[in-house]
Unconditional design. Sequence first.
Length: 256
Amino acid sequence: MENRRSRRKAERATRKSNGTFDVRKEENQEHHPVTKTFKHFILKAKNDEQRKYINSIKNMSLTVGLGAVGSGKSFIAAVIAAQMLQEGLIERIYVVRPNVELGRPIGFLKGTMYEKTLPWIQPVIDGFESVMENSYIKYLMEKEVIQAVPIAYLRGRTFKNSFIIFDEAQNSEYEEMKCFTQRIGEYSKVVVTGDINQKDIKSKTSGLESLIKINNLYERKPMAVVELTECVRSDVAAFYLDAYEELESMQSKESI
């Protein structure tokens, strides 16, 4: 493990000396008008579940964050990804999402690709905005340092020296998750987030469920599964999360 870390550190130093790694150096060369790019933000766990989740992301190659609405699973992953980009530990951030759309397809929306994809990955952008100025996020997306990747376009890709966030993974198909996990390249960190209870696809086994089954099959694996059950968004959000779960439970009993 120590040799691998040393090799990784040496490779980062080489890329920096060649001017191919540091995004901020490229920005200065192009005289980009953004003066303040990163904010001083300290990520603090709000409970033991989040503390375990943060430690897993920092220490494991792949972390699966299972949690209900407002548990912080996407936000925390986004913050850590942005901080790693700030520290020069990664070259790019990829946000992967299944092709399950509640509105019009992205291709039919007006505007640039940045304007089209922004609403699609907004939950992750919210985390980025805690660490980076909004104008700098836009700049990084235009330069494809931050990329939104529909899962249909994964084949042939290799995610190397990157932080990949696979959001809403409960809506991925088995074959899609199989393809995704085989795209992970060297020196990359992956966070897969989802809530199995919010599955919108008809498949018997989702890609997220297949990943959990693989985790249970092997004693030694490069991944960890962390459950986040507490809604930390607000007391109001937590109330309605519990209320709707109770209502759905009552409706389920009535239908039997």
